[in-house]
Design a protein around this ligand. Structure first.
Ligand SMILES: Nc1ncnc2c1ncn2[C@@H]1O[C@H](COP(=O)(O)OP(=O)(O)OP(=O)(O)O)[C@@H](O)[C@H]1O
Ligand SMILES: [Mg+2]
Length: 498
């Protein structure tokens, strides 16, 4: 039974929403204001919160933000008076699922709740409690697995992006799940019964891609012996997934931009204008910022696509997901090969967690399949692991900078963790990297400067988050373990910033 918390200071309304939901077999608790609601959500796990905006003690917007910090997957539906719709819109931007205007019809509320629960069940955060993720017919065995904060954020974003038609750009290294995310967005939104069409821009020769995308007339070029519709038209009403978008030529970038802006295009060899309604999801592992600087990727196209960006971190930056993915694939390959392997031995598990996974989840899946073939016992042992995974050279070295993916947008991260005033504070802050060497020469020591920077960065980040470790780790993009280690190393005392 789903657990719902109803939050309203208006007792009459609170009771009537409670009655309506109980009638539909929800398990309902109530709270009278935002503060009480936040405490309740911190104490107990809820599937969903239905909350008023204007309340004493703490209003619905503030409560929403607090609740989402604790549980980013929590679904929150806002109830609002007509005069307050702008607050409700704000709430949706802060992560509320949707809002309903008062007076509330219980029918609408129940329908909205059911829709929200369904969408969330498709992007569940754990492997085995999650029903099969709807990823379309051909790969319906696939599931989305992840329990790290990074992945929880991604799941949360997917359920929001699914509801709108704006372009999405998914970025991440090879094998991080970009295509899976694209499908999840499509199959959890209003276009789910329409087509999901993929085109791999990197795999199609440049001279053919235009006709693949927009179609061609008979005789448009040598070999065009009949008229053909392109992927844009084929996907009409649905979603077009432009995989490896970073690989298209400059000439195609111009044509694509026009098609995106106007939702119209002309097939090759024709002046006809075709109008379509297609949702675009693009993906790439390319460093766009660099390509734009070099002039190989058009900035206007990038901004057109990057309206709603999703970034999938490499697996080595979300080590917490490794064990759960391992469990998931052990069960998966047990089914496929009709085996009964219990899992990995503790030392093999450790090695899997340390490996740097350059091929990310795709590689992990392949490694586990390899182990299943090699293993003769009922537990995967060290000796069944492929050589590259065992090689210490390929383990993640702590603190090593080249482990970071090549396109991390530092400015973007900075902007997302800091508001304007604190960004300024950080910019104003100048570090004394240089020290005086012999004979008044200036001496630069990279190691020393790096440590100074790290220490100051962590102090500033802790200050911003009032000394709260989890929040600092999450928002400053530092794995919690690393943060704790550095705090100890630099003898920082987070308590000072409470
Ligand atoms: N979170 C996840 N849970 C379970 N399986 C996943 C997850 N992410 C990715 N996978 C699996 O990993 C494999 C690679 O995923 P996908 O093809 O979506 O990656 P990609 O980012 O598109 O890679 P590339 O850039 O190489 O095209 C697929 O088999 C997919 O099902
Ligand atoms: Mg892909």
């Amino acid at each position: 039974m789903h657990k719902v918390l109803v939050v309203d200071d208006d007792k009459v309304l609170q009771q009537s929403v409670k009655d309506a939901l109980e009638y539909h077999s929800f398990n309902v608790d109530v709270a009278d204001n935002g503060k009480e609601a936040v405490n309740t959500v911190y104490r107990e796990k809820y599937d969903l919160v239905v909350m008023d905006v204007n309340m004493p003690e703490m209003n619905g917007l503030e409560a929403l933000v607090e609740m989402k910090k604790h549980d980013p997957t929590l679904i929150v539906i806002i109830l609002t008076a007509y005069s307050n719709v702008s607050d409700a819109v704000k709430a949706v931007k802060e992560g509320a699922y949707n809002y309903l205007e008062k007076p509330i019809s219980s029918e609408n509320l129940v329908a909205l709740i059911k829709r929200a629960l369904k969408a969330r069940s498709l992007v569940e955060t754990t492997a085995f409690s999650a029903p099969t993720l709807s990823l379309g017919g051909e790969s319906s065995d696939d599931q989305f697995v992840g329990q790290s904060n990074e992945m929880k954020k991604v799941f949360n974003i997917i359920s929001k992006l699914a509801q709108v038609s704006t372009p999405v750009l998914i970025r991440g290294e090879s094998g991080t799940g970009k295509e899976l995310v694209a499908k999840a967005i499509h199959y959890n939104g209003p276009r789910k019964d329409e087509k999901f069409v993929t085109i791999n821009c990197g795999a199609i020769p440049d001279n053919l891609i235009e006709s693949e995308l927009f179609g061609h007339e008979k005789g448009a070029f040598t070999g065009a012996d009949s008229r053909k519709i392109g992927k844009f038209q084929y996907a009409d009403g649905g979603t077009l997934f432009l995989d490896e978008i970073g690989d298209i030529s400059q000439q195609m970038q111009v044509k694509l931009l026009r098609a995106l802006q106007e939702q119209t295009f002309s097939p090759v060899g024709s002046n006809r204008e075709v109008k379509v309604d297609v949702r675009i999801i693009a993906a790439s592992h390319k460093p766009f910022e660099e390509m734009i600087k070099k002039g190989t990727f058009r900035e206007d196209l990038f901004y057109r696509l990057n309206v709603l960006p999703v970034y999938l971190p490499p697996l080595r930056e979300r080590v917490l997901d490794i064990p759960i993915l391992m469990d998931y694939y052990v069960q998966y390959f047990n089914n496929v090969h009709n085996l009964n392997i219990r899992g990995f031995s503790p030392d093999a598990t450790e090695v899997m967690k340390k490996y740097r996974w350059p091929g990310n989840i795709r590689e992990l899946r392949n490694v586990i399949e390899h182990c299943f073939i090699m293993e003769s016992g009922d537990e995967v042992s060290l000796s069944s692991l492929p050589r590259q995974v065992l090689d210490p050279k390929h383990q993640v070295k702590e603190d090593s900078e080249d482990e970071r993916s090549d396109f991390i947008d530092i400015q973007g991260i900075k902007n997302s963790i800091l508001d304007e005033s604190s960004t300024k504070a950080l910019d104003d802050y100048t570090f004394q990297f240089a020290s005086k060497g012999e004979g008044n020469t200036v001496k630069l020591d990279f190691q020393n400067a790096k440590e100074q920077f790290e220490k100051e960065f962590i102090i500033q980040a802790l200050k911003l988050h009032k000394g709260r470790i989890n929040q600092t780790a999450l928002n400053a993009n530092i794995p919690k373990k690393t943060l704790l280690r550095k705090i100890e190393k630099y003898e920082i005392s987070p308590k000072e910033y409470y």
